[in-house]
Design a protein around this ligand. Structure first.
Ligand SMILES: *Cc1c(COP(=O)(O)O)cnc(C)c1O
Length: 389
């Protein structure tokens, strides 16, 4: 006999940052300033957690003390790499204020990444509001007002937590946001980063793959390559693609070259987004926008610098090698949130050294200072959002 009462269908709820439940740590038992050493293992006191199910949507998000959480051994993420993430920084400005840099872009990219691996898309505005809330809570202690010009690293992340072993779209997921005290990224040598080209049989990304999304499965398989590069004294891999060895990205940063073209123009070149080979970086986009506004012919330039032609176009490692031999290489940069704008000093291509004099390059230094002026509040910009604390 069936009961005559019909169960109402569960209501599907969207992520709602205004419903966040905050549980602060009871005892403040951790040092304010991260110790020397491997500070990347240290996160701030709190984290955002929000759970989702296909049936009910998002539970009320929470901010809770930082700590481990449990997953079933069959959780989707542990088998099928249903994970995506973002990388952002919380900057302590020279005016004493805390800022995020272009957080709308990170939130929007999180949505495209999540969708690519069948995770639920969090509403970008809600995700941003949760990140800001967490920064407002932990920022004052972990990045106090006297640490001007420093930052913390923010890692929003989503994982498929569904514990049914079957190979299927996860029906349960978790969003979390942690802040790590990752103060220095790498010790860069005096002439800049040393890169080594990827081997022909190792490809980071391919058309139709996932290289243009920030999804976990892109990264694990590249670690062996990174380990080998480091063991040989290099900082990163320069990822090549295709029969003509197109230059794509440096490690997990976007890659720019400044060179003089065969026709004598000074050009800033980076490989194009859109074919799935590179991650559409926010720093990359910022560099392109600022250089187009300020350093192109007809732009509002600036400091007596020679104008740059800006190109998003494929180029190959042999193009670089030829330019090197003809004395046309000017500078190379690895750019991204983690590495910011870092000069590249050298590329090893099967034993051939392609060298750049990037460190003192005026264009590089100018681009870098434009960005840091925005991040650290030396100039007003709607790319920077102030955190209430
Ligand atoms: C995150 C990332 C970048 C840089 O992107 P930003 O938005 O500038 O931080 C570049 N390449 C890869 C592969 C990345 O994962």
């Amino acid at each position: 006999m069936t009961s005559g009462i019909e169960q109402p269908a569960p209501v599907y709820r969207e992520l709602d940052a205004s419903r966040v439940k905050i549980t602060l740590k009871e005892k403040d038992d951790r040092p304010e300033v991260h110790p020397e050493g491997d500070s990347r293992k240290i996160c701030t006191d709190h984290m955002v957690v929000a759970d989702w199910t296909a049936e009910r949507g998002w539970a009320d998000p929470e901010i809770v003390p930082y700590g481990a959480f449990t997953l079933m051994p069959t959780a989707s993420v542990l088998h099928y790499s249903t994970v995506c993430y973002e990388g952002m920084k919380l900057y302590r400005g020279f005016d004493g204020k805390l800022r995020l840099y272009r957080p709308n872009e990170n939130a929007a990219r999180m949505v495209t990444s999540a969708e690519r691996i069948s995770l639920p898309a969090p509403q970008p505005a809600e995700l941003k509001a949760l990140i800001k809330k967490l920064c407002g809570i932990d920022g004052p202690k972990w990045l106090p007002g006297d640490r001007k010009g420093e930052y913390l690293y923010i890692r929003p992340c989503m994982i498929g937590t569904d514990s049914s072993m079957g190979f299927d779209v996860p029906k349960e997921a978790r969003l979390f946001v942690v802040i790590s005290c990752w103060a220095t990224v790498a010790k860069v040598g005096p002439s800049g980063l040393r890169l080594v080209t990827s081997k022909a049989e190792e490809i980071r990304a391919w058309p139709g793959g996932t290289g243009n999304f920030k999804v976990g499965p892109n990264y694990g398989p590249t670690l062996r390559n990174l380990g080998e590069a480091k063991a040989r004294g290099f900082d990163m891999t320069l990822w090549l693609f295709g029969p003509d060895s197109q230059v794509t990205e440096a490690g997990s940063s976007n890659f720019f070259v400044i060179w003089r073209t065969a026709s004598g123009k000074l050009e800033l070149i980076t490989s194009p987004v859109g074919d799935g080979l590179i991650l559409p970086g926010i720093t990359r986009q910022s560099v392109l926008t600022l250089v187009r506004e300020r350093l192109c012919d007809g732009g509002v330039a600036t400091d007596g610098l020679e104008p740059l032609e800006v190109s998003e176009r494929s180029f190959s490692i042999s193009d670089l090698s030829t330019a090197h031999d003809e004395g046309r290489l000017v500078a190379a940069l690895a750019v991204g949130t983690a590495y910011f704008v870092t000069p590249v000093g050298e590329i090893d291509w099967n034993g051939k050294q392609i060298r750049f004099n990037s460190v003192e390059n005026k264009h590089f230094l100018t681009i870098k200072s434009w960005l840091s002026d925005i991040m650290y509040g030396n100039v007003e910009s709607d790319w920077a959002e102030i955190i209430d604390e």
